[in-house]
Design a protein around this ligand. Sequence first.
Ligand SMILES: Nc1ncnc2c1ncn2[C@@H]1O[C@H](COP(=O)(O)OP(=O)(O)O)[C@@H](O)[C@H]1O
Ligand SMILES: [Mg+2]
Length: 296
Amino acid sequence: MARKLAFINYKGGVGKTSLIVNVAACLARMGHRVLLCDFDTQSNASIWLLKLDRWNPINATGEGAVFSIFEPGRHRVCDLIVRDVVLDKAGGHPLPGLDLLPTSFNLVDLESEYAGDPRRPAYVIFQEQLSEVESDYDFILFDCPPNILRASQCGVFSANEIYVPANPDALSLIGFTLLIEKLGRFQQLSASFRRSSMGPAAQVYGVIFNAIKTGVDIEVPKMRMQLRLNQFKAAKRTAKEARILDSFVRDAMVVRRAVALGLPVNLLGQEAAGDNVVRDYERVAEELIRNPPLPA
Ligand SMILES: Nc1ncnc2c1ncn2[C@@H]1O[C@H](COP(=O)(O)OP(=O)(O)O)[C@@H](O)[C@H]1O
Ligand SMILES: [Mg+2]
């Protein structure tokens, strides 16, 4: 069964998308079959991996974007997945095994204009369709916006594990706290729609520090995050295994450059050669594979 992980924090700009795209790319390079589902209305992961020339037509028509499973409802998740999404200049597939469920800006209409059927919330429609393709994957990753509104709910409802990207600052801590509150509320509201085949409702398993500047000591912010995590764990509001991952991602120019080039950092070749940030993402991917710790 695929492991299903959502990356979410109530704080924007902490590096959720950079982390999920690069970790997905590392997992694919290790030989895992990975589906990245973009549920951020800003479409950053889709624009990054498809580049504008392939994303613009999707955005202009809505054809091929995830919102089309809700409205007009003619498409299904299995029809929308872009297989081996990364293309090189020659049109080859340098990263087989990394697939994308793309989104476009019209996903924002899910929040207000989409009426739907209250007996079948959007997240149920999505989860049912996702289950048709789950056996094709080892990892299904959900990039979520900094909220748990309807688009994000699709990822959170389908996922079993949540990872919280964070910067070493007070705002990331506030974002984490807000996430725990809203997550609890959503899990209550959606509980009656869960089926046992979906596995347990998503809980926070880990916090991942991102964009750590060289020479900056993160011991104090890490300790504050650890204290907060301990409180939530004691109150059973996270998984009992939840912890701050040992691996973190440093701040590196090449991460921003990768977006402009439409490639994950591990495919930048010469440009990223010798850059330790590639290794950082690999370490996070390796730790996620081991996490949650297997029972002895
Ligand atoms: N490790 C990093 N080093 C340098 N810049 C980063 C790093 N991670 C993210 N960024 C940059 O920070 C900004 C926000 O990152 P992004 O992944 O879009 O965050 P979010 O998805 O949480 O909004 C982007 O410009 C991105 O390129
Ligand atoms: Mg993002």
